[in-house]
Design a protein around this ligand. Structure first.
Ligand SMILES: [Zn+2]
Length: 139
């Protein structure tokens, strides 16, 4: 049983406001499915609580509007920003780190969400904390 839908991972308020079609290309769709199967759903199952996607796929127009990095994994559907009601971003980040789920990067990016990145040939489980200026490696 999957708790996620592709539309949750494609929905963008920024795109809607700007009238941009944020439909993913087929490769990004494939990446989104892998992100759901191998990261989001396993985390959701371990957590036992709904996870809210604040940002998933972003095409280049949408990514520019939200000031995303030009090489952002959101552009190819590999990443999602998530939060859980009743948990701080830091608590969610710590939960993910200890979950045993394999990912490329997990970033405590702000007080409101955690950024998670899945890339099947690069599952280094790197943990980073954004301190407002730069990304600091967290061991
Ligand atoms: Zn992100």
């Amino acid at each position: 049983m999957l708790n996620f839908t592709i539309s949750e991972l494609v929905k963008s308020d920024t795109a809607e406001k700007a009238g941009i079609n944020n439909t993913p290309d087929i490769n990004s769709l494939d990446n989104l499915l892998e992100l759901i199967f191998y990261v989001l759903q396993p985390l959701r199952d371990k957590l036992g609580k709904p996870m809210i996607i604040t940002s998933g796929y972003r095409n280049s127009q949408v990514n520019k509007l939200v000031d995303g990095a030009s090489n952002s994994g959101h552009l190819t559907g590999r990443c999602a920003d998530i939060h859980v009601n009743g948990m701080t971003a830091k608590e969610l980040y710590n939960f993910i780190k200890k979950s045993g789920v394999k990912y490329r990067q997990c970033i405590l990016e702000s007080n409101s969400w955690v950024h998670i990145d899945y890339k099947k040939d690069d599952l280094k489980c790197e943990n980073l904390i954004y301190d407002g200026k730069s990304y600091v490696l967290d061991k």
